[in-house]
Design a protein around this ligand. Structure first.
Ligand SMILES: C[S@@+](CC[C@H](N)C(=O)[O-])C[C@H]1O[C@@H](n2cnc3c(N)ncnc32)[C@H](O)[C@@H]1O
Length: 469
C-alpha cells in the first residue's frame, strides 16, 4: 500500500515548485516506432497512434509531439493539479486539440477508462516514487500497452548512481525542514562551500564534489529540487529493473539511446559472460561504463517475438529515414562525438553516410533512397549512436523562404522560455533576439528589413531544424 501522506507531500512539492518539463527527444513516437520496427514489432503508424505519458508535469514533452502529429491522440497524467492546469493552458494556446489531461495519482488511474496505447512514456519518475507507485507504473504498462506497443521508462541505475548518492545525502541533511523554494539555493551554497574548502584537490572526494557541483551549477532550481532533493530516490541495477518488469509481463526491447553493444566490447570482456542472456550482457555493460541512468524500451512479453534480438533486422531499415544532427564529417580523419564517447572514423562507407546526412540536415533521408555505399553503413552508424532512425519525418525545411514559418508551439513558447523544441523534438536554447523573431514566423507576416542580424538568426533557425514547410 502506498502511504497517502507520501503522495500528498510530493503533490505539494510540485505545486510549490513546478517542474519545467522539456521535450525528451528519445521518447518521441517516431523514434520509438523505429526501434519497434527494427526489432520485429508492427507498431501503429506514428501519425495516428495513441500515446500516454505518466507524470507529464507541465506538458513540455507531450504538447510539441501532439502539435506535430495532429492525427494522433495523447493523454497526460500528473499528480499536481497546478502543473496539469499549466499544461492545459499551453495546449490551448498552441491550438493542440488532441490532448486529454488527468490530474490524479497513478495509483488511481484504473478509475478512468483509458483503453490501450501504442506508446507509454514515463520519464524522470520511476526512481523518485515509492515501490507501490513503481509497481503501478509497470502494471499500467502491462494493462494498457497495445499488443505491439512500446513503453519508455527512464530510471537511475547502479553502479553509476553510487557516486552521486553521498552528495545528495549531504544536500538533504543540510536542507531538511526548508520549504522547496528555499532548499535549492541552500543546497547550492553548501556545495560551493564544500568544494572551496576541501583539502587536496586531487583526492577522489574533491573530484566527486567538483563533478557534482559542476553538474548542478547550470541547472534550474526546479530541477535541483525535484531531481536531487526529493526524499524518495531509488536507483537500481538494470537486472533488478528487468526482474520487476518481467514480473509484470514486460520484456526488454532495447535502450532508447544507443550506446555500443556488448558485441562491440573487447573479446576479454565478452569472455566474462559467455552465453549469458541479453539482460545479463546489458548489466555487464553497465558495470563497465558505470551507468547512472537508463531509458529502457519495453514491450509485452506476449508480443509474440520471443527473446529480443540484440541487433536490428537490416531489412526493416528500408522502411525508415535517417537524420544526422552531429558535426561536419569532412576532413582526413574525423573525430566523432557519439552517445558512447569520442572516436576517429576512417571507414569510407560510414563517412559517405554521415557526409550525406550532414548535408541533408535538418531534413531526413529515407534509407531506401540513400546512395548504395551510404545505405550499407546505416545499421552500424545507428548502433553506435551516430545517427537517428525515424519512422516519420516532420515537415522541416533547411532553407529560409520569403515567408519563413516556425511551429505554433515554438511561436508560443518563445514568449515564455529560452529553450524551445525544434521540429525534431530536440530542446534548443535561443537568445532573446532570435526568440522574438520566432514569435513572428507565422508564414504570413512580412518580417521587415532583413538586417544582417535578422538574416543570421533566420539561418540559425533553419540550420537547427526550427523552420517548417
Ligand atoms: C521529475 S518530474 C518529471 C516530469 C516529466 N516527465 C519530465 O521528465 O520532464 C516527476 C513528475 O511525476 C509526477 N508524479 C510523481 N508521482 C506521481 C504519482 N504517484 N502520480 C502521478 N504523477 C506523479 C510529479 O508530479 C512530477 O510532475
Amino acid at each position: 500500500m502506498a502511504d497517502p501522506a507520501d503522495a500528498d507531500a510530493l503533490r505539494q512539492s510540485y505545486q510549490a515548485v513546478p517542474y519545467p518539463s522539456l521535450p525528451v527527444r528519445a521518447s518521441h513516437p517516431s523514434l520509438l516506432a523505429a526501434n519497434a520496427i527494427l526489432h520485429g514489432l508492427l507498431p501503429a503508424p506514428v501519425t495516428s497512434c495513441r500515446v500516454l505519458e505518466l507524470g507529464c508535469a507541465t506538458g513540455g514533452n507531450l504538447i510539441p509531439m501532439a502539435a506535430g502529429l495532429p492525427g494522433a491522440r495523447f493523454v497526460g497524467v500528473d499528480l499536481s493539479p497546478r502543473q496539469i492546469d499549466e499544461a492545459r493552458e499551453l495546449a490551448g494556446a498552441v491550438g493542440a486539440g488532441n490532448l486529454t489531461w488527468l490530474a490524479c495519482d497513478l495509483l488511481d488511474l484504473d478509475d478512468h477508462d483509458l483503453g490501450q496505447f501504442d506508446y507509454i512514456i514515463c520519464h524522470g519518475i520511476y526512481s523518485w516514487v515509492p515501490p507501490p507507485v513503481q509497481q503501478a507504473i509497470l502494471a499500467l504498462c502491462q494493462r494498457h500497452l497495445a499488443p505491439h506497443g512500446i513503453a519508455y521508462i527512464s530510471y537511475n541505475t547502479y553502479p553509476g548512481f553510487h557516486a552521486r548518492q553521498p552528495v545528495r545525502d549531504m544536500m538533504l541533511f543540510h536542507t531538511r525542514g526548508l520549504p522547496p523554494a528555499e532548499a535549492a539555493p541552500a543546497a547550492r551554497r553548501l556545495l560551493e562551500v564544500l568544494r572551496a574548502s576541501v583539502g587536496d584537490p586531487d583526492a577522489t572526494w574533491a573530484r566527486v564534489l567538483r563533478d557534482e557541483a559542476d553538474k548542478i551549477a547550470g541547472t534550474p532550481d526546479a530541477y535541483l529540487v525535484h531531481e536531487h532533493l526529493e526524499p524518495e530516490n531509488r536507483p537500481c541495477y538494470f537486472h533488478e529493473f528487468m526482474a520487476a518488469a518481467s514480473a509484470h509481463g514486460l520484456g526488454f526491447l532495447c535502450e532508447a539511446e544507443r550506446l555500443a553493444t556488448f558485441a562491440d566490447l573487447p573479446d576479454s570482456f565478452q569472455a566474462l559472460a559467455p552465453g549469458r542472456s541479453q539482460i545479463d550482457q546489458e548489466q555487464y555493460f553497465d558495470f563497465l561504463c558505470n551507468r547512472a541512468l537508463r531509458a529502457s524500451l519495453l514491450c509485452r512479453s506476449d508480443a509474440g517475438v520471443g527473446e529480443r534480438v540484440a541487433e536490428p533486422d537490416p531489412r526493416a531499415l528500408f522502411a525508415l529515414c535517417a537524420a544526422f544532427p552531429l558535426d561536419d564529417p569532412s576532413g582526413e580523419v574525423v573525430r566523432y562525438r557519439s552517445h558512447s564517447g569520442e572516436f576517429t572514423l576512417e571507414d569510407a562507407a560510414m563517412r559517405a553516410l554521415l557526409g550525406h546526412l550532414y548535408q541533408r540536415y535538418p531534413q531526413a533521408s529515407p534509407v531506401a533512397e540513400l546512395p548504395a555505399l551510404a545505405a550499407g553503413a546505416v545499421s552500424r552508424a545507428w548502433s553506435a549512436g551516430l545517427c537517428d532512425l525515424h519512422a516519420h519525418a516532420p515537415p522541416v525545411v533547411g532553407v529560409v523562404s520569403v515567408r519563413p514559418t516556425a511551429s505554433p508551439v515554438a511561436r508560443v513558447l518563445a514568449t515564455r522560455q529560452a529553450t524551445l523544441p525544434n521540429q525534431w523534438h530536440q530542446p534548443h536554447e535561443l537568445d532573446a533576439f532570435t526568440r522574438e523573431l520566432v514569435t513572428r514566423l507565422d508564414g504570413r507576416k512580412n518580417l521587415g528589413p532583413r538586417t544582417p542580424q535578422v538574416k543570421a538568426a533566420l539561418q540559425h533557425l533553419a540550420a537547427n531544424g526550427f523552420l517548417c514547410a
